[in-house]
Write a protein that binds this ligand. Structure first.
Ligand SMILES: O=P(O)(O)OP(=O)(O)OP(=O)(O)OC[C@H]1O[C@@H](n2cnc3c(O)ncnc32)[C@H](O)[C@@H]1O
Ligand SMILES: [Mg+2]
Length: 198
């Protein structure tokens, strides 16, 4: 079994750090890569897996610590899985509000039954920068894209993501509830099993 006291989180997204640390519990401390560098690596992969590995290796190299990366995004059925790995860059780097506005606009004439979508999360853990065997865990969360934003919690596309099992948006869930059922929660549950923490 692998044991870690501290892992560097290869992410500059504060929302991810909060959620992942809450899910991991206090046996493992996540340190932000922001403590070591403010430079974000270019996400040049063509898949969530490739980008997660690339971010994890980069953080391990910079910090000298084991590194965990989260590559995630929203795959909309009507858009053939877009924005997918480009979710963070959907509105050309203008941020969450612009991403959400663009998605609402692109889907404005699309009826309810064709608004299916899933959040995707891939976690990659490397023991060191050149680790030949990264641990990879994936989680999906099925829902639908709302026609207007709703809710104040979470981050990113949460206000637009309707959660069928709770009949509310993902931004209307309490942080604790989101952390039980989200794409990230599913991926983290698998990771905890792999690390012998579950
Ligand atoms: O790459 P790092 O530094 O980790 O931070 P990032 O925000 O750029 O993260 P990604 O490249 O993985 O892009 C993920 C995109 O998907 C969105 N996203 C991922 N998980 C989400 C969640 O739980 N709720 C809402 N939006 C989410 C997020 O807002 C980004 O636009
Ligand atoms: Mg990113």
């Amino acid at each position: 079994m692998m044991t870690f006291q501290q892992i560097v989180l290869a992410s500059h997204n504060a929302g991810k750090l909060k959620e992942l640390q809450a899910m991991l519990g206090d046996t493992v401390q996540l340190r932000s890569i922001g403590e070591f560098s403010s430079v974000e690596p270019e996400e040049t992969g063509l898949s969530f897996v490739e980008n997660a590995i690339l971010k994890a290796r980069n953080a391990a190299r910079i910090s000298g610590m084991p590194a965990l990366a989260d590559d995630s995004g929203l795959a909309v059925d009507f858009l053939g899985g877009a924005p997918g790995i480009y979710s963070a860059r959907y509105a050309d780097g203008k941020g969450d509000a612009a991403n959400n506005a663009k998605l609402l606009d692109v889907l404005k004439d699309v009826p309810q039954e064709q608004r299916g979508a899933q959040f995707v999360c891939v976690l990659a853990l490397v023991r060191h920068a050149d680790d030949p065997l990264p641990i990879l865990c994936e989680g999906l969360w099925h829902g639908r894209i709302l026609t207007q934003a709703s809710g104040e919690h979470g981050f990113g596309y949460d206000p637009l993501f309707w959660v069928p099992e709770r009949d509310c948006s993902s931004a209307e869930l309490s942080p604790a509830d989101k952390n039980q059922i989200s794409h990230r929660a599913r991926a983290m549950s698998l990771l905890r099993q792999r690390l012998g923490l579950a």
